[in-house]
Ligand binder design. Structure first.
Ligand code: 1CP
Length: 319
């Protein structure tokens, strides 16, 4: 969960004086910051440095970062959706696959898995319709009721793009694939089942023969954990609002779990962090598999020593 980034001084140094999208396209720098968390905080997997918006400009949407994504012309009409394209990502964002290939060769012999990722159709659509991040995404919710066909067409277009992008990442060496649906928890259970679950099923089904494990993250999704478990993803990644032990007992025979320490807890003492990690480990025991992780990404103000205390605690429990 957001392993690289502003909480690391070493990241900020490489990031200096370069626009975010140029950084994502710079293979050397992207490989360097992807590997930083391995050596600096002791993670046991690497996620390639990029952002969920990297493949979006090639669809015909102007995106900037300030510091979160900002869309020059928010998508509100069917005509705008129909004008979107879905080019082969291997041609439109070739640097992404170069970064993955380079990381695989760097990681050879270190037994460290490399994760690919993409933004889920709903989360991408949330920004594309709203125009930027938002507390309640009211333009998106308005579109759900007043521009239903437009929003459906947009989600379908994005799902097709996500599937092609995931496949190309796996071809380039990604050994697991995580779909981030950060904003899916904004919807009620009923609306989630209508708007979001079918898209998750579609992505899981398309990747079922890819040979790599698939992971689904939903932010603020404590009310839809059963829906997440019923999509075909191999692992469901939960935020800290979910009772991990309960999820493990109810769904742990069907799916593996990932999570779910509140990243805010990384400000606590090493003893507190270790105790919380121990509790999470016990809670996850009854699931067929459990990846100890945070429940969302590190924040810029996250203390590096807290992240280290987390990985140290996880490692000591494995011994
Ligand atoms: O200024 C900076 O240095 C940029 C900060 C930053 C970073 C480090 C952004 C802008 N994106 C990223 C990297 C990133 N984003 C990764 C790389 C892997 C890693 O280092 O762990 C990944 C997987 C993402 C995914 C992402 N971007 C998501 C989904 C996961 C999540 O965190 O919920 C979302 C919603 C985004 C949008 C985004 N990109 C950047 C920001 C600040 C945001 C959030 C904006 C908002 O709050 O609406």
């Amino acid at each position: 969960m957001r392993q690289a980034g502003r909480y690391l001084p070493e990241y900020r140094k490489v990031r200096e004086g370069i626009a975010f999208f140029d950084f994502c396209r710079d293979v050397e720098r992207a490989v360097e910051v992807s590997l930083q968390p391995l050596d600096l905080v002791g993670t046991e997997a690497v996620i390639f440095f990029s952002d969920i918006f990297v493949p979006i400009p090639a669809m015909g949407v102007e995106v900037d970062f300030a510091p979160g994504p900002v869309i020059a012309a928010p998508i509100r009409s069917r005509g705008q959706v129909d004008a979107l394209t879905n080019p082969d990502p291997r041609e439109s964002v070739p640097f992404v696959f170069e970064i993955l290939r380079r990381l695989r060769s760097e990681l050879e012999g270190r037994s460290v898995p490399l994760l690919g990722f993409a933004g889920a159709p709903f989360t991408l659509a949330a920004y594309l319709v709203e125009g930027a991040g938002s507390r309640n995404f009211s333009a998106l919710k308005t579109a759900m009721h007043r521009e239903e066909a437009m929003l459906r067409a947009l989600l379908d277009h994005l799902a097709e793009g996500v599937i092609a992008y995931a496949r190309a990442q796996i071809e380039a060496g990604a050994q697991a694939f995580q779909l981030f649906d950060t904003w899916a928890g904004l919807l009620s259970r009923e609306e989630y089942a209508i708007w979001i679950q079918p898209q998750h099923r579609r992505v899981a089904e398309a990747l079922a023969d890819s040979g790599v494990p698939t992971i689904l993250y939903v932010g603020n999704g404590a009310h839809v954990v059963d829906c997440m478990a019923d999509t075909g993803f191999d692992v469901i990644s939960l935020d800290w609002r979910v009772d991990l032990g309960r999820a493990a007992r109810k769904f742990g025979d069907r799916v593996s779990l990932q999570g779910n320490l509140d990243p805010g807890t990384l400000a606590a003492s090493p003893e507190t962090i270790r105790a919380r990690v121990g509790e999470l480990r016990e809670a996850g025991r009854s699931a067929r598999g459990h990846i100890l992780n945070l429940g969302h990404g590190c924040l810029p103000e996250t203390p590096v020593e807290g992240v280290r205390a987390f990985t140290d605690a996880v490692r000591s429990l494995q011994e």
